[in-house]
Design a protein around this ligand. Structure first.
Ligand code: FAD
Ligand code: FES
Length: 268
C-alpha cells in the first residue's frame, strides 16, 4: 500500500449511535490515499503515558473529503477518541493492513457482523457498490440489544438487512450465527456468492462451522489487540491452520480466509 503516513485531521462531526458507540467523521487529510475495505488506521488516543500505544480502528467510509469511523468505548483510549468534538484534531497513522477484502467475483455477497465489526462491512458494501462490483449484498448483524444495533450508521448500502439481538429486543432472538443458520435452513438466505465477516472470534469460528462449503469463499477481518500495527512487534499473531506458523494480523491481514485460521489454537 503506498502513501501510508502520519496524518492530522480535524473532526467534522460526531453522532452517538448508542450509549457506548459514536460515529466520528474526520477530514480526509491531504495525501491520504485511496483504501480498500478492511483498511484500518492507528490513532493516538489520549494524552500522557496511556496514549503511547496507538489504537487500531477500521475505516467505515472514505470519500473525497471525509473519513468515517465507529468508536465503541471499551477503555481509556476509545473513551478519549469517542469524546472528540467537531473542530478537535486527531492524529493517526495509515492506511494500515496488508491483505484487505477482495470484491465478490460474481457480485453477490453475504456480510455477517457482530458489534463494531459492522464498520468494515459497511465500507465494503458502499465501496463496491460505488464501483459497480456489488450486485446484491445481504447484511446479517448481531448485537446484545436493540440500542446496540447502531441503525444510525446504516444507509441503503445493503439490499436486505437482518438483525439479531441476544435479548430479543429487536429482530431474531439469539446470536447472529443462529440467525444465519435459520435463514439458510428456511431457504430465505441463498448460499453461493461470497461470505464476509467481522466480529468476535467465537462468532467467526461458529460461522465457519455453520457455513461449511456453502459459499464461494469466506473472508474475515480479525480483531486482536495490537501494538505497533505494522508487523514489527509480533504482538498480534494468529495461528494458521495445518501449519506451525503464525500470521501477523496487522500486516498479513487483518483480512484472512476464515477457514485458514486455526480457531482452536486461537482460543488456547
Ligand atoms: C484491525 C482492527 C480494527 C478495529 N476497528 C474498530 C472499530 O472500527 N471500532 C471500534 O470501536 N473498535 C475497533 N477495534 C478495536 C479497538 O482497537 C479497541 O477497542 C481499542 O484499541 C481499545 O482501546 P482502549 O484504550 O479503549 O481499551 P484498552 O484499555 O486498551 O482495553 C480495554 C479492553 O478492550 C480489549 N481490547 C483492546 N484492544 C482490543 C482489540 N483490538 N480487539 C478486541 N479487544 C481489545 C482489552 O483486552 C481490554 O479488555 C479494532 C481493532 C482492530 C485490531
Ligand atoms: S501489532 Fe506489531 S506486529 Fe502486529
Amino acid at each position: 500500500m503506498t502513501g501510508r503516513g502520519r496524518f492530522t485531521a480535524h473532526v467534522l462531526r460526531r453522532k452517538a449511535l448508542s450509549q457506548a458507540t459514536t460515529m466520528l467523521v474526520t477530514e480526509r487529510p491531504a495525501g491520504f490515499p485511496e483504501a480498500e475495505p478492511g483498511t484500518f488506521v492507528s490513532f493516538l488516543a489520549g494524552e500522557g503515558a496511556s496514549s503511547i500505544l496507538r489504537r487500531p480502528f477500521g475505516i467505515m467510509d472514505l470519500s473525497a473529503d471525509a473519513i468515517t469511523f465507529v468508536v465503541k468505548v471499551v477503555g481509556a483510549g476509545s473513551r478519549w477518541l469517542a469524546g472528540r468534538a467537531a473542530g478537535d484534531a486527531v492524529d493517526f497513522v495509515g492506511p494500515l493492513g496488508g491483505r484487505l477484502f477482495a470484491p465478490p467475483p460474481a457480485g453477490r455477497a453475504v456480510f455477517v457482523a457482530g458489534g463494531t465489526g459492522l464498520a468494515p462491512m459497511i465500507f465494503a458494501a458502499r465501496s463496491w457498490r460505488r464501483r459497480g462490483l456489488l450486485e446484491r449484498g445481504v447484511l446479517l448483524f448481531g448485537a446484545s440489544c436493540e440500542e446496540e444495533l447502531m441503525r444510525g450508521a446504516l444507509e441503503d448500502e445493503f439490499d436486505e438487512t437482518h438483525f439479531a439481538t441476544i435479548d430479543g429486543s429487536a429482530g431474531f432472538e439469539g446470536d447472529v450465527v443462529s440467525l444465519f443458520a435459520s435463514l439458510l435452513d428456511d431457504g430465505s438466505l441463498a448460499a453461493g456468492g461470497m461470505l464476509y465477516s467481522c466480529g468476535p472470534s467465537g462468532m467467526v469460528r461458529a460461522l465457519c462451522e455453520r457455513a461449511g462449503t456453502a459459499f464461494e469463499g469466506h473472508e474475515t477481518s480479525l480483531e486482536t489487540v495490537m501494538a505497533c500495527g505494522v508487523g514489527a512487534c509480533r504482538g498480534c499473531t494468529a495461528p494458521l491452520r495445518g501449519t506451525d506458523r503464525f500470521a501477523a494480523v496487522c500486516s498479513d491481514g487483518p483480512v484472512f480466509d476464515a477457514d485458514g485460521i486455526d480457531w482452536e489454537g486461537w482460543d488456547r
